[in-house]
Design a protein. Structure first.
Length: 221
């Protein structure tokens, strides 16, 4: 078998691949922002002195971290329409599922970041009259985000790789775009090879940027 990549012109890429690429990026960004927001709330709940809050957050985090993502995607896509009485759609289902799932992982990163801030910082906040919420918002969380920024971005790279799993419910992501291209031109081997190269270039490039950021943060410290 001879490999032939000549069919991969810009018109083909713009017709089939770019739509999936933009959705993968959109899914990654929305799930990252929503996951970090929800994950921060879960981290604060796990660190709360109220037992019921800590147990509820721990149950949520441990449950989702113990289930393969593809199973969560399929469950949400198939079961939620039964509960709400109408189909939700592959793309909206993917966005909601990824946000809820990634929150469990971002939560553990944020919890470690919060715990990395010296307790003296918290006591100093209380000493100047700040409440618990003000101390977290103005003193602890900014330092926690800086400490955990490289890890948060690394998890986001993993999130981008995982977006290919929405293929299981028919969402039009980057991998789906390449798959359709391969079927239309009867060149599946070539398109999957190019898809792997595209994922590698994006993820390797982002990983390099994260390493540089990590080095810069280390210098600041």
């Amino acid at each position: 078998m001879t490999l032939d990549f000549s069919f991969l012109s810009w018109s083909v890429v713009s017709s089939y691949v770019l739509k999936g690429f933009f959705f993968s990026i959109q899914l990654t960004l929305v799930a990252m922002v929503g996951g970090i927001a929800l994950g921060t709330a879960l981290a604060l709940m796990r660190l709360s002195r109220r037992t019921w809050l800590a147990l509820a957050a721990a149950g949520y985090v441990n449950t989702l971290r113990s289930i393969p993502l593809v199973m969560v995607i399929l469950w949400f896509f198939l079961l939620i329409p039964l509960l709400i009485g109408r189909p939700l759609g592959a793309e909206p289902s993917a966005v909601i599922t990824f946000t809820l799932f990634e929150a469990a992982y971002y939560s553990e990163i944020m919890r470690a970041g919060i715990q990395s801030v010296p307790k003296g910082q918290v006591h100093a906040g209380y000493a100047v009259g700040m409440s618990y919420g003000q101390t977290m918002q103005l003193v602890v969380l900014p330092q926690a985000f800086r400490n955990m920024l490289p890890v948060l971005l690394t998890q986001t790279i993993i999130l981008f790789q995982d977006t290919s799993l929405v293929y299981a419910i028919g969402a039009y992501d980057l991998l789906k775009g390449f798959e359709i291209t391969g079927k239309n031109f009867n060149r599946p081997v070539e398109t999957y090879l190019v898809a792997a190269l595209v994922y590698f270039v994006i993820c390797f490039g982002l990983s390099t940027l994260v390493r540089r950021l990590q080095a810069r943060i280390a210098i600041i410290r």
